[in-house]
Ligand binder design. Sequence first.
Ligand code: AMP
Length: 223
Amino acid sequence: MKAIVLFGSPGSGKGTQAKLLTQCLKVPHISTGDMLRERVRGAELGNAVAETMQSGALVSDELVNAMVEERLARPDTADGFILDGYPRTLAQADRLIRWLDERGVREVVVHLAVDYNVIIARLMGRRQCPRCGTLYNLASQPPHKAGFCDLDGARLVIREDDSEPVIRERLDSYERQTRPVWEHLRAVGRRVIELDASAGTPEVVFQEICQAIEVVQPAPPEK
Ligand code: AMP
């Protein structure tokens, strides 16, 4: 069972790393941000949720916890999963810990630590394909043809929550509500790994994650 929790501030590269990990480990990538955006687009969730997301604040724990539990109950998670953007509050962390412990699942929490100024620069330069979701960055990973997706040619967009005031609110929510989750997970003895993800390319960070996960894999039982 490969249960990986990717932890880090907005712009730390969780989404990119989750995509690389999901290809390598063949377990589903569960991004609460993507799930919420999909449900808002499909009108399953109302304006209040859309407005909260557009402001950069967090949506309610009840909604997100229920959504994640429903997703984790699907059969494709039998061999593991990669959580991206969850848990983001102490209440979510406690709920997840209970879920994992009840099933005897031992997760690895990987914290992608990135310098604040690097994060601001990354988020401001972020562009996304509205069709396939591929992320680009004008500074570090530009598309081959400016403004268009390499994979399907769709015109790239700036996500609504990547404007400067919203970026500040998202980073604020992270500091207030999510950073304490990291301290909490360490304090209660979960398996946590911290990586410096400021400078390396996505491929280098990915290699580091793979190595780190190997290191903490459980030892075989003694004969
Ligand atoms: P993300 O794509 O992960 O940056 O998430 C985009 C937005 O979705 C966030 O700014 C929040 O409004 C909302 N969101 C995503 N995950 C969570 C979560 N675990 N708890 C609360 N709100 C979330």
